[in-house]
Design a protein around this ligand. Sequence first.
Ligand code: DQA
Length: 141
Amino acid sequence: MKFLILNGPNLNLIGKREPELYGVTDFLVYLESLRNFYSQHEIAYFQSNAEGDLIDQLHEKALDCDGILLNAGAYTHTSIALADAIKAIDTPVIEVHISNVGAREAFRRRSYMAVVCRGTISGFGLLSYELALLSFLTPGE
Ligand code: DQA
């Protein structure tokens, strides 16, 4: 199967940024281990700090993959445009967060992604991405 991990603003700094919240592992190092472990699947990756670039990726890659793992970073809490883009495509999207957004500042408890995503995985560190991937790989009832 083919998947896309789409990371939003400031997630290029994972490993260096607020390590007490987001850990010390560089995202690209983690991605390599994920790709090695799930080598029978294709895991594409795109990160941008720009909202429009993330929307373009959703439009362009949707037809080409079976599932999208989206960590929209702070756009999670602000972007109606990203939510509309998810609504506009048929490919299922899972909302992913490294930190437990429900246990942080009140403004992080509102997600514009949640209502348009298949589900949300939040608070398990980088493992959140693998859990989202597993949910795509696990047959439904
Ligand atoms: C985040 C949580 C967001 O609230 C924050 O703005 C981020 C990272 C997470 O993965 O925990 O940039 O999406």
